[in-house]
Design a binder for this molecule. Structure first.
Ligand code: NAD
Length: 522
């Protein structure tokens, strides 16, 4: 058995406790001070979710390992902070090229551990690369603000300085993209970074670390610590970590935000979602059905922007949509990541598969109608994989567990209401407020919807309104804890702090009088 990372150059230079035996090769370590290190006794299996088999193991960091990574980053910080911004940006330019040159390998690593089909992994990577491209504009983004003559011979300017050592904690479902939301911007702003990826899909960021090194990033500026809650807690309580960016489920996001801010850190913690699509009677129903298929079942529904609830205005709309969806869902293909003819892959773990099946069962028990049931679907040759087939549930009501909570699986629920106002009330009452979409041909209705809906990211005939890299990403309500959204302009603000300098060079001829009142320009 191989670990999928055979041709990483750093496997050859792997030191510390690692050996060249077959067994040692299957264990993923940490990336500290520019090389892979093996540190801890505690390990966790990493699965290939399509086959259900353990493909590798990953080391789980203890607080000493986290502390070592932070110390290394802190030592690297002064020189990196003082590196001219154009040189920091040049590392990102090179990194972007390397990401593109090695896209196939990156997508394979995503597929092996997450199960995402190759075309979907390419989309994930491309979205990540766009964040690198935005970060390449750092010299422009960090120019600051300047005002001449704010008083007699007085000039004032604001500059945006790095914070120091910052940390990112990422989820399993976008192993490359969400990490790329964070560290490229943090690094070009002059910070050093510790990344704690999901222990369920850890290989990709170890490979990204290697590419950053190849791009010319000095050792110690970017470090990866693999682990679980123990490593996360060590980061949250570490006195030298200045800021924490988190993406994951809402209960953990809330915990991260509370803990990080209570220890004086800046924090943005993005959580879970329940994304509704309103289908108006005037919508182009064939287009709606096509776009709902991808938005609900793409990536097996394991996207925080997945459309998981279709709210039909009127029974007539609901019946037509369900009928057409049922026909189209029969054609969907799911299976292993390497077969690009598949539409989507498996769920991440057996435990998650059990949870998704339990949500479907609970909907049935609470009175919903299972129109298409994917609970027992098994692609041929992958019977032990963590698959759930596309599932369609009708007659869903707000009191149902499957509606109140995030399922994070290939399950589309249909709700029936009579008016757009009723549909908007449903969305506004939900505890999550990540994404939403309205399908309509009515500009006035769409404009009203986008102005009044209590959700952070809104689509008008766009099912997955994930903002591009030069805007910022974030939900409302319990989908985001913190003040700033992720990446884009908010990312620049999150990874820097403003310093405002007011300057006067007094003339030898003009001496100032004593002044005890607040200085003004009256
Ligand atoms: P998760 O919350 O289980 O894990 C996220 C990270 O937190 C991982 O690195 C994990 O190791 C760590 N973690 C897990 N339990 C922890 C604990 N008790 N204490 C400290 N750290 C802990 O999330 P996941 O299952 O990896 O990802 C799926 C979730 O992420 C979904 O809820 C999805 O909606 C959400 N998500 C949100 C966004 C967004 O932008 N809002 C994007 C992607 C995913």
């Amino acid at each position: 058995m191989t670990n999928g990372l055979e041709d990483f150059s750093y496997e050859e230079v792997s030191t510390e406790n690692s050996t060249h035996s077959e067994q040692a090769k299957k264990v993923l370590g940490h990336f500290i001070q520019g090389r892979i290190v093996s540190k801890t006794a505690r390990k966790q299996p990493v699965y290939n979710p399509a086959t259900g088999e353990i493909s590798k193991e990953v080391e789980i960091a203890d607080p000493q390992t986290v502390n070592e990574a932070v110390q290394v980053a802190e030592q690297a910080f002064p020189a990196w902070r003082d590196t001219p911004v154009i040189k920091r940006a040049r590392v990102m330019f090179k990194f972007k090229q390397l990401l593109e040159q090695n896209a196939e390998k990156i997508c394979a690593l995503i597929g092996q551990e997450h199960g995402k089909i190759s075309h979907d992994a390419q989309g994930e990577l491309q979205r990540g690369i766009e964040n690198v491209e935005y970060a390449c504009g750092a010299p422009e983004l960090l120019k600051g603000e300047y005002s001449k003559n704010v008083g007699p011979d007085i000039d004032s300017w604001s500059e945006f300085q790095p914070l120091g050592v910052v940390a990112g904690i990422t989820p399993f479902n976008f192993p490359a993209m969400v990490a790329l939301w964070m560290f490229p911007m943090a690094l070009v702003c002059g910070n050093c970074f510790i990344l704690k990826p999901s222990e369920k899909a850890p290989s990709v960021v170890l490979y990204l670390a290697e590419l950053l090194k190849q791009a010319g990033l000095p050792d110690g500026v970017f470090n990866v610590v693999n682990g679980d809650k123990e490593a996360v807690d060590a980061l949250l309580h570490h006195p030298r970590i200045q800021a924490v960016s988190f993406v994951g489920s809402t209960p953990i996001a809330e915990y991260i935000y509370r803990t990080a801010t209570s220890t004086g850190k800046r924090c943005q913690a993005l959580g879970g979602a329940k994304n509704h699509a309103i289908i108006m009677p005037d919508a182009d129903i064939d287009n709606v059905v096509t776009s709902l298929l991808g938005a609900a079942f793409g990536s097996s529904g394991e996207r925080c922007m997945a459309l998981s609830v279709a709210v039909a205005i009127g029974d007539e709309v609901a019946d037509v949509v369900i009928d057409k969806l049922t026909q189209e869902m029969k054609k969907l293909k799911f299976g292993n990541y390497a077969d690009a003819s598949n539409d989507f892959g498996p769920l991440i773990t057996q435990a998650h598969k059990d949870k998704v099946q339990a949500y479907i069962q609970s909907a049935e028990q609470q009175g919903a109608k299972i129109v298409v049931d994917g609970r027992d679907a098994k692609p041929t040759g992958y019977e032990k994989g963590f698959f759930v087939g596309p599932t369609l549930i009708d007659q869903v009501t707000p009191n149902m567990t499957s509606y109140q909570q995030e399922i994070f699986g290939p399950v589309l629920q249909v709700m029936r209401v009579n008016t757009m106002q009723e549909a908007m009330q449903l969305i506004n009452d939900h505890e999550y407020g990540n994404g939403t979409c309205i399908y309509t041909r009515d500009g006035e209705a769409a404009r009203y919807f986008s102005s009044h809906i209590q959700v952070g990211m809104v689509g008008i005939n766009v099912p997955l309104p994930v903002p591009v890299a030069y805007h910022s990403f974030g939900g409302w309500k319990r989908s985001l804890f913190g003040d700033l959204h992720a990446y884009g302009p908010d990312g620049v603000r999150f990874y820097t702090r403003r310093k405002t300098i007011t300057q006067r060079w007094p003339s030898a001829q003009v001496r100032e009088a004593k002044q005890f009142s607040m200085p003004t320009l009256n």
